[in-house]
Structure formats: C-alpha cells, structure tokens
Design a protein around this ligand. Structure first.
Ligand SMILES: [Zn+2]
Length: 204
C-alpha cells in the first residue's frame, strides 16, 4: 500500500478557528459514514476511510485532521474528541525538511540552507510561537511578506492552522486548474468550497 500523502492546508484560517473547523469536518464525515469515528493510530491519529467511492477512487485510505496546538483523543464512547495540546505546529513539508518556496513579490526561490535563508528559518521559528508575526524578508527584493503567502511551486510546503491529510495517494488532480470535476468534488467534500486550500505532497 502506498505511503504517499496529500495535505490540503488552509493558509487563511485564524489559529483560534482551526479546532472548530477540524471538529466540524470530523462530525460531517463521520455522519456521512465516510470515515471511522475512531482514530486508527493513537500516536499519529488518522481516521480510516469507510465505504466512500469518492475517496476510494482517489486512492485515499485514511484522513487526518490537523488543528494547531490540538490533538485527537478517544472519547471513551466510540468516538474522538479534539483537545488542547499536542505537537501540531501548522508547518507542512516533506519529512526530510527539504522544500522550496517563492517570494510573493518577486518570485525569488528560497530553500532552507540557501544564501539568505536565515530570514526563512527565523520566520519558521516565529510561526510556532506567534504566527501572525511570521514574516520573511526576501533576500532578493527585500520586501517583508507573511510566511503564509510564500508558495511552493513543487507543492512541498505550506503553513496554516487547519489542514487535512489524505493518506494513501498523491492526488495530483488537486493541483490542476480546477477543470477536474472529481478534484473539485473532493475539495468540496472536505469543506474547501472556494478551492483555495494549498496542496502539499509528502509521505506518511
Ligand atoms: Zn522578493
């Protein structure tokens, strides 16, 4: 079975609203019978996909719901609750930490370890403590822009307080221009009504 994962990140949602978004989607997907109410893996909780053609056709076999500063726990009555605490920090990238993003002003690429990447590494540290203050100074054009606006052309990085992990596949159709009907349906199903969640490909 593939260990590829696709992560949809809401880069706009406020930190305070992330837990409610995760709980709302959990309740809806459980209510529809799309996912199991109990997480399959206590150390890295995700919810197995049940009988759901849309997820099955996309190769998605489990779904993880992330809210910054929160974690899922079994509620003792066959379901799960989202509680304060946990290691969710809202940084999504491949597990080896390699990625490349572009300045929203001048398109300059920037990767950890590059010349001038100190500002990026600093912004990542600030993001974990005070996300609204996480700005990156571009080494090329010197503009300061929020870390959330730096996009990864290779779909290997995003920051955001609410995210959905699709375990089992790299759902490449999600990165298309919006013409793919199944991809649009999948986004809508996951609450991404405006199709503006950022896509990150990683491995589980
Ligand atoms: Zn720039």
């Amino acid at each position: 079975m593939s260990d590829a994962t696709t992560i949809l990140v809401d880069t706009e949602l406020e930190r305070d609203d992330a837990a409610a978004a995760a709980v709302e989607l959990y309740r809806r997907l459980v209510g529809e019978g799309s996912i199991a109410p109990l997480p399959s893996n206590p150390s890295d909780p995700c919810f197995p996909v049940l009988d759901d053609p849309l997820f099955a056709e996309s190769g998605v076999r489990a779904i993880g719901l992330h809210a910054s500063g929160h974690r899922w726990r079994e509620d003792g009555t066959g379901g799960a609750v989202l509680i304060d605490g946990g290691r969710e920090n809202g940084i999504f990238c491949p597990y080896d930490g390699s990625f490349c993003i572009r300045c929203p002003e001048c398109n300059q690429p920037l990767a950890p370890g590059d010349d001038g990447s100190e500002a990026l590494e600093e912004a990542l540290a600030v993001w974990c403590e005070a996300p609204d203050s996480a700005y990156v100074a571009c080494p090329s054009c010197a503009n300061w822009t929020p870390l959330t606006q730096w996009r990864s052309p290779g779909h290997d990085f995003a920051v955001g307080h609410f995210a959905i992990t699709l375990y089992g596949a790299h759902v490449r159709s999600l990165t298309g221009a919006g013409a793919d009907h199944a991809a649009t349906l999948l986004r809508h199903r996951l609450g991404d009504l405006a199709s503006d969640y950022t896509v990150v490909f990683a491995r589980g």
